[in-house]
Design a protein around this ligand. Structure first.
Ligand code: GDP
Ligand code: MN
Length: 391
């Protein structure tokens, strides 16, 4: 789960990371009022969306009067900000953050991620902040420092100092930097984060280190024990179909084509989408029903896939190990009874209780096309879409 910049800053601040003075606003009037509360004569107005790259997308502006703040945030509210990370649909701006503007002497990069190879938290830092890390690793791979942290000792002071010296920081800034690094590590570890990124972490003209931007993501599987984090969820930033499915224990991924896919397991999903492509079609989405899916779960899955208006045919491909083909078949029958299905449905079942599953489908006399192999199923789904498009 992702959170907003202002929320990440508040959290990191609690752990000891210095942040600019700032306040949140839900309207242009409130944004202007916030600047008077903050004081000073220069402010930065920042669209709060779950994405980076807001600056270059027009979502961040330095303003020097409250009229300018009101006008700029007036343009942001209600707009979908399209950044290089959001995709063309963009993300809705419902909140803006107003901060005191700081004079920047240097921009650094700091990121903490989970390194799967070493099974440890990895700290990534660079003296060349401001640009995206992907860009940085292509253009200046040598300018990136990496350090993995042993969970038994945590991020030790000397390691943090070593990293700070590696960035070429002044000796007067090393202690500040070490404090920021270790604070980020503790926040990451204590809150079950999967990512912390401060880009840029700046040195101000007064020589202080301040987090000018902040991003955090959290492990969805740990949210049950992180109520204070779970409360920060902003559904307006999520794909509504994906969050609808996730809330029901299904994983759903939205794509661009017109064949809806119901599958068990991510590997089979990949294979099925490849096969659809090979047959000349394109998947609209895929929904992973997981293992041991009950008929009710299959019904919910159908309802979810059908909510996507792009879907012109549904391909159900189940390779049942823990699942049972008879339950899947019953779920398909229930879906025809309870969900309004107006598109062709193609079902391929294989594995546990497959004969029983096929019998249920046959006896139901529903207009379901069946297939024995994945290739046959994909071919039928693609053909069904072409037929309905021709008609
Ligand atoms: P992002 O584009 O979504 O990563 O948003 P950022 O929070 O990183 O802001 C984009 C850019 O705006 C930063 O890289 C800075 O160059 C600029 N910016 C943000 N806050 C300030 C500030 O207080 N002072 C100055 N001078 N520039 C700022
Ligand atoms: Mn940034």
């Amino acid at each position: 789960m992702d959170i907003h910049e202002y929320q990440a800053k508040e959290i990191l601040h609690r752990f000891g990371v210095p942040i600019p003075r700032g306040a949140l606003a839900y309207s242009p009037e409130q944004a202007a009022y916030r600047s008077r509360e903050i004081g000073g004569d220069k402010w930065v107005v920042k669209a709060q969306v779950h994405s980076g790259g807001r600056g270059e997308a027009g979502g961040v502006k330095v303003c020097d009067s409250d009229t300018e703040i009101r006008d700029f945030s007036g343009q942001l509210f209600g707009r979908k900000l399209v950044t290089r990370q959001t995709g063309e649909r963009g993300k809705l701006v419902g909140r803006v953050y107003v901060e005191e503007a700081l004079a920047i002497a240097q921009e650094l990069y700091l990121g903490l991620v989970l390194d799967r190879a070493s099974e440890r938290i990895m700290v990534v830092a660079s003296a060349q902040g401001g640009m995206e890390i992907e860009e940085l690793s292509e253009e200046h791979p040598d300018a990136i420092l990496r350090m993995t942290i042993d969970p038994a000792t945590g991020f030790l002071e000397y390691q943090a100092r070593e990293l700070a010296f590696g960035l070429g920081l002044d000796s007067s800034q090393v202690a500040q930097a070490a404090k920021v690094f270790r604070a980020c590590y503790r926040a990451f570890r204590d809150l079950d984060a999967t990512m912390v990124e401060i880009n840029p972490l700046i040195v101000t003209q007064q020589g202080d280190l301040v987090a000018l931007d902040a991003k955090m993501s959290f492990d969805d599987n740990a949210l049950f024990r992180r109520n204070e984090i779970a409360e920060l969820r902003d559904m307006s930033q999520e794909d509504p179909l994906e969050s609808h499915a996730a809330d029901r224990g299904l994983s759903y991924v939205s794509l661009d084509g017109n064949i809806g896919c119901m599958i068990n397991g991510a590997g089979l999903a990949m294979a099925t989408m490849d096969m659809i492509k090979l047959m000349g079609g394109a998947p609209a989405n895929f929904l992973d029903i997981g293992g041991g899916a009950s008929p009710e779960r299959v019904l919910t899955a159908f309802r979810t896939v059908l909510t996507d208006p792009k879907v012109e045919a549904i391909l159900v491909n189940i390779f049942a190990g823990i699942n049972r083909c008879d339950w899947i078949a019953e779920g398909v029958v229930q879906a025809f009874e309870k969900a309004e299905i107006k598109v062709p449905v193609i079902v391929r079942l294989s594995g546990t209780n497959v004969e029983e599953g096929r019998r249920i489908l046959e006896e139901s006399q529903l207009p379901v096309a069946t297939a024995d192999t994945l290739a046959e199923a994909a071919e039928k789904a693609v053909a069904a879409v072409s037929r309905s498009q021709a008609a």
